[in-house]
Design a protein around this ligand. Structure first.
Ligand SMILES: [Zn+2]
Length: 312
């Protein structure tokens, strides 16, 4: 894809662009570039963003458009901005379906494949500030808002609903100052991605690429699985049916968050494209300093995987 884009730009040389007026040349190239980017998968977009500042700005623009498309179905602009301010104030991040969609949708993705819920994970002692914020933007608690069996790393978890109850915001409060421990104990690998106001982190990038999700330790109901499969995501209880080696997605291996090894990280610039615009990965990431060890299973049953458990 990189080569194709370079080729497109090269062909707009002074000898071949007679059909373009001088004042529209640059816009035409940019416009063409953006159309090409609309059809790139996530890995390609990230690769292109590392080439130079101009390419990075265009990828940022595509990212913002995707994020806006996903979120604008659920929130008015002022509500979205209020939530983003609160993310920065509390150190919280949006987790799960929203970052997954931003990484996987393209222009042909139908609206019914987009999520109706916003999940937010927030550090300890910040839950009440989210309650205040959500009440301010019109979201409220209803019966059944408490979520049971959320795991020992989660101190509090409640779902808040819009007045029409067509969309919800789930607030997950960590038991500690770090938000990583609750994120990495969520039920599915597809939920282990995060968006902050300037960065995106994906803990299972190879599975995002394949549009796959894998169950972890926690029991998952058919309804929870259907939330993902109804959007076209392939769900697996184990690695038994996988056609190639697991790599870092293997449920049998322990991984450590320090340094974010195997984690996809992308500085997307923020809504005004004024944050982390140099694209320096890891330079300002608080998460990369966190020491937390995790795995999502006990054994691997993938016959292509070197970590496959050998049962006697
Ligand atoms: Zn494996």
């Amino acid at each position: 894809m990189h080569l194709i884009i370079q080729s497109s730009i090269t062909h707009l040389s002074p000898n071949t662009h007679m059909q373009y007026s001088n004042c529209t040349d640059l816009y035409s190239v940019t416009d063409c570039f953006l159309h090409v980017l609309d059809f790139c998968d996530w890995a390609t977009l990230v690769a292109i963003s590392h080439t130079n500042q101009g390419a990075r700005d265009n990828v940022h623009r595509v990212f913002r458009e995707k994020l806006t498309r996903v979120v604008s179905r659920l929130l008015e602009n002022w509500q979205f901005r209020a939530i983003f301010r609160q993310l920065d104030v509390t150190g919280a991040m949006i987790v799960g379906p929203i970052p997954w969609s931003v990484m996987t949708i393209d222009v042909d993705t139908p609206d019914h494949n987009l999520p109706n819920d916003i999940n937010i994970v927030t550090p300890i002692y910040t839950f009440q500030s989210w309650v205040n914020l959500l009440q301010y933007i019109g979201y409220c608690l209803v019966d059944g808002s408490n979520l049971p069996n959320m795991g020992i790393t989660i101190g509090n978890a409640k779902r808040f609903w819009s007045p029409s109850q067509s969309s919800s915001i789930l607030i997950i409060e960590s038991c500690s100052p770090s938000i990583l421990s609750p994120v990495l104990s969520l039920p599915f690998t597809s939920e282990m991605s995060l968006i902050s106001t300037s960065r995106l982190y994906c803990f299972y990038p190879s599975l995002v690429k394949e549009n796959m999700t894998l169950s972890g330790f926690r029991y998952t109901s058919d309804d929870e699985i259907a939330r993902w499969t109804s959007r076209g995501v392939k769900h697996f209880y184990s690695t038994y049916e996988w056609k190639k080696a697991c790599g870092s997605a293997c449920p049998a291996i322990w991984r450590c968050t320090e340094g974010l090894l195997g984690v996809g990280e992308f500085a997307w610039g923020g809504m005004e494209n004024d944050k982390d615009i140099d694209g320096n990965m890891g330079s300002s990431a608080v998460l990369s300093l966190t020491q937390f060890k995790w795995r999502i299973g006990i054994c691997c049953v993938n016959k292509h995987c070197q970590f496959r458990t050998q049962f006697l």
